[in-house]
Ligand binder design. Structure first.
Ligand code: SF4
Ligand code: SF4
Length: 390
């Protein structure tokens, strides 16, 4: 196999925020202190070495990028101030931009002002598109009739189109990443699904990746020492992260329940429902969970509560702001829905809510949100490799 050396790799990485890791002399202090290093005597410094010598393919095929939770312990102990924790975060940004096919992630990460302009334009496009079909004058309803304002079919098909675009870009990135990881680890299709034993191993690795780590946050919760008892529970990073994920998934579940009820002919979209109705109750609890997580993350980045939040990129702020606007406008609409006399502002908040939610969905493969796709893949390979070592 030919090894390609990219002499511009370090310079390129710096555009994504890396501190100067050329000072790293591979002393191993970061490995000794990292709570996630396990028996890997080269984690995380091997990835730094790839960057130093210009091994782009090796860097992009390193599952270690995604097994780091950026607790920052290594950066605090590095004798040369190479900031390995921030380097790992930078390398993940670089990987997201390298996996996706359009170049939009690179713009968002390396030209944050332009990225923000693009984000505002995309949201404006969604809002204006819906506005061309909206009809506020023709509504004569005692409650907020959101889907008389914007037809539910329009919102539905706009959502389907956005999801298709998001899945296409996301699937492209996941396939590229999977191929890079498999090549570097020497994992073949036969290793994953070539026999019953292989399928059993893969199922166990998938459970470890998705169930135990992604949803259960096991290592983040148990091993990452930035969550020492001194850190108040309400702002421990694993908990805030978990509440954000569960809130997001809960909202997705509430949407699916609503859709299922419509398909079953039990409830039509837009029909007024009480607060205790399953999809509304789940949506409210999940929305509160999401808002809590996103608000604490915003405060943490603003006040720099943890080493992971000492440095924030434009993309970090963009993603959290979009999430916060989506959650907040969702609750404003809920208040308007149960107000006695339907307020006109409820309709405008609905337009803003749907436009930003669509944009958020479309942006998944191009922002930090993409780690929700890539980290489980890396954790799957990590679990497979651990199983092979045993
Ligand atoms: S990043 Fe710092 S602590 Fe880690 S090997 Fe390099 S010099 Fe040592
Ligand atoms: S930031 Fe924490 S988890 Fe990541 S490599 Fe450093 S010590 Fe390990």
């Amino acid at each position: 196999m030919t090894t390609v050396v990219d002499v511009d790799l370090m310079a390129d990485l710096k555009k994504f925020g890396a501190t100067d890791v050329s000072a790293c002399f591979s002393c191993g202090t970061c490995t000794a202190i990292c709570p996630l290093a396990d028996d890997d005597a080269t984690f995380p410094r091997r990835v730094i070495r790839y960057a130093q010598v210009g091994l782009t393919d090796e860097l992009l095929g390193a599952k270690e990028l995604w097994t780091c939770y950026h607790c920052g312990l290594c950066s605090q102990s590095c004798p040369t101030k190479a900031d390995p924790g921030e380097f790992m975060a930078t390398a993940r940004r670089y990987a997201i931009a390298s996996y996706e096919p359009t170049g939009l992630a690179r713009v968002i990460y390396t030209r944050p002002k332009l990225g923000t302009v693009v984000a505002v334009l995309v949201a404006a496009f969604f809002a204006l598109f819906m506005l061309t079909q909206a009809d506020l004058g023709g509504i004569h309803s005692p409650t907020l009739a959101l889907f008389q304002f914007v037809p539910s079919e329009l919102v539905h098909w706009l959502g389907v189109g956005t999801m298709v675009a998001m899945f296409a870009a996301g699937a492209w990135g996941v396939v590229r990443m999977t191929r890079a990881l498999a090549r570097r680890d020497g994992v073949t299709w036969a290793d994953v699904a070539g026999s019953r034993a292989a399928l059993r191993r893969s199922a166990a690795a998938a459970w470890s990746s998705l169930g135990v780590e992604s949803l259960g946050q096991r290592r983040f919760r148990e091993d990452c020492h930035d969550d020492q008892p001194a850190e108040p529970l309400w702002r421990r990073r694993w908990l805030v992260h978990a509440l954000t994920i569960w809130g997001f998934l809960g909202l997705f579940g509430a949407t699916l329940i609503d859709y299922g009820l419509e398909l079953a002919g039990i409830k039509m979209t837009g029909t007024p429902i009480p607060l205790w109705y399953p999809s509304r109750a789940l949506g409210t609890v999940a929305g509160l969970s999401l808002m809590y997580g996103v608000t604490v993350f915003l405060l943490s980045r603003w006040r720099r509560w943890t080493p992971a939040h000492a440095t924030s990129t434009g993309s970090d702020w963009l993603l959290l702001t979009l999430l916060w606007i989506t959650g907040c406008t969702g609750f404003v609409i809920e208040v308007a829905l149960y107000a006695g006399q339907p307020p006109v502002w409820g309709y405008w908040f609905f337009l803003l809510h749907v436009a930003v939610a669509m944009e958020l969905m479309l942006m998944v493969p191009f922002t930090k949100f993409a780690h929700a796709m890539y980290r489980p893949v890396a954790l799957f390979f990590y679990a497979l490799a651990r199983d092979r070592v045993r």
